[in-house]
Design a protein around this ligand. Sequence first.
Ligand SMILES: Nc1ncnc2c1ncn2[C@@H]1O[C@H](COP(=O)(O)OP(=O)(O)OP(=O)(O)O)[C@@H](O)[C@H]1O
Ligand SMILES: [Mg+2]
Length: 199
Amino acid sequence: MVSRYHTPVLTWIHSAANAELEFSYLPFINYHLPSHFMRRAIYPGSFDPVTNGHLDIIQRGCKLFDEIIVAVLVNPEKTAFFTIEERCDILSEVLKTIDRGDCHVIVEGFEGLMVQYAAEREANAIVRGIRAISDYEYELQMALMNRRLQPSLETVFMMPAEEYSYVSSRLVKEVFQLGARVDGLVPALVEQRMREKIK
Ligand SMILES: Nc1ncnc2c1ncn2[C@@H]1O[C@H](COP(=O)(O)OP(=O)(O)OP(=O)(O)O)[C@@H](O)[C@H]1O
Ligand SMILES: [Mg+2]
């Protein structure tokens, strides 16, 4: 007869009690941050334009970090709707309207290698949003490459509220340019700036 002390639950409790011992055998190095450390994250993206999905992720990130640097990428692979200056300007405006708690949120233009930028800014995490499984493959590749380049830099994935899980900048621009309303998907200021842009 199997002893009741070998139920899965008790086995788990047993291994949790020995967690300290077991962790020492894990084949990677843990990078612990001192408790007084300023937790600074970078949230990189094109933000062309910023959507309510992006803002949802930033708002959630504010619960985890002391400072978030929203890094607006100059992406040569994408044809931009707004210039980098316009995107930074719009972001700075709409960020004033969200609940940031005690988190300090700043906006910067950025070009180059993410891990190098993170090191310059003394950031210890990269924030990324995952909408669907389609995001996962690309995001996983990026996260693992960044980890290879800089093992102490963690990538933190966050999921948006369900109503934003299909919202992308590309889709917003696409439907807007075909004449559809995009209210509810982007802040009112973004829709207004998009109208001005196509005049
Ligand atoms: N609606 C959303 N919910 C959660 N995460 C999001 C959302 N939109 C973008 N993100 C995430 O924000 C980060 C920056 O994304 P990016 O600026 O490329 O936005 P995008 O909407 O994917 O734009 P594009 O359509 O031009 O690719 C990525 O990690 C992306 O997965
Ligand atoms: Mg994208």
